[in-house]
Design a protein around this ligand. Structure first.
Ligand SMILES: [Fe+2]
Ligand SMILES: [Fe+2]
Length: 271
């Protein structure tokens, strides 16, 4: 089976690129399951119910979030009625929504998606290793799940690599999100888990991590905020990873990056 993960969708440009391209990609690449990180989909900050539905209608089977989960307050409410939307599992007890869920893919396979947030240069949440362990133990690979995708929303590559090696052989894909820049380290780890430190963003790369450049530069150089951050509006690159998963073991057999449109060098899976 084939899974695709797309990195953080940033603003209107990112949404347009994903909504325009995703249906064709699902057909052309014969994708069975698609996960999209959508924490920056609404004006760069959070997600609305309408935007979540647009991404699902375009072909996203699950949407993950991150530190921007609640920037649009309505997400606190509609996440309870939208099972395809996940927030990090290691938020405090009582947080609305879920951090993991089991879905049925197009080929009938059962896919567990787990979202956790790192703690290095991030909010001090519950231990993401222990929380991911709990979710994966409740629905093990090749038993209750035919594939498992773990989104590690984190700043530090060390934390993401440690997470990947810790779960190597027990999940299909460990994918980093949050830095908005794709890393060139996609690989299948020795135990059979596909990994990339960061999927990159679906956004305009003529920007500072998806935002118009002027205000970030201003804040770095003067330390005085002058304007709001606005998502950059140029053509976005759809950016992520495609993984082929063995249907018996649930482990990865091939992994390739995908980068379509916009300014980044273009990449399409060769399988
Ligand atoms: Fe993000
Ligand atoms: Fe983030």
């Amino acid at each position: 089976m084939r899974l695709m993960f797309l990195g953080d969708v940033v603003g209107r440009a990112g949404r347009k690129a994903v909504v325009d391209r995703l249906p064709g990609l699902v057909d052309d690449l014969r994708l069975d399951f698609v996960v999209v990180n959508a924490e920056n989909a609404a004006g760069g900050f959070g997600i609305t119910e309408e935007i979540a539905q647009d991404l699902i209608d375009a072909g996203a089977d699950a949407l993950t979030l991150g530190n921007h989960s609640w920037d649009q307050r309505e997400a606190l409410v509609f996440i309870e009625r939208q099972p395809r939307l996940l927030r990090p599992a290691n938020y405090p007890k009582g947080t609305p929504g879920k951090g993991a869920n089991l879905y049925v893919a197009k080929n009938g396979a059962r896919v567990l998606v787990v979202s956790v947030m790192g703690r290095i240069y991030m909010d001090p949440l519950d231990d993401p290793f222990a929380v991911a362990e709990r979710e994966i133990a409740a629905c093990p690979l090749a038993e209750q799940a035919d594939a498992i995708v773990l989104d590690v929303h984190a700043e530090a590559t060390s934390e993401k690599q440690a997470m990947a090696h810790h779960f190597d052989g027990r999940v299909s894909l460990v994918i980093g999100t949050h830095t908005h820049v794709p890393t060139a380290d996609w690989q299948i780890l020795t135990g059979g888990t596909a990994f990339q430190s960061d999927a990159g963003m679906c956004g305009d790369y003529d920007s500072v991590i998806g935002m118009e450049k002027d205000e970030p530069i201003n804040r770095f150089t003067t330390k005085i905020g002058r304007a709001r951050f606005e998502p950059a509006g140029g053509e976005a690159t759809v950016c992520g990873l495609v993984v082929e998963v063995d249907e018996a073991s649930g482990l990865a057999t091939r992994v390739e990056p995908i980068r379509i449109g916009g300014r980044l060098s273009q990449a399409l899976p060769r399988f």
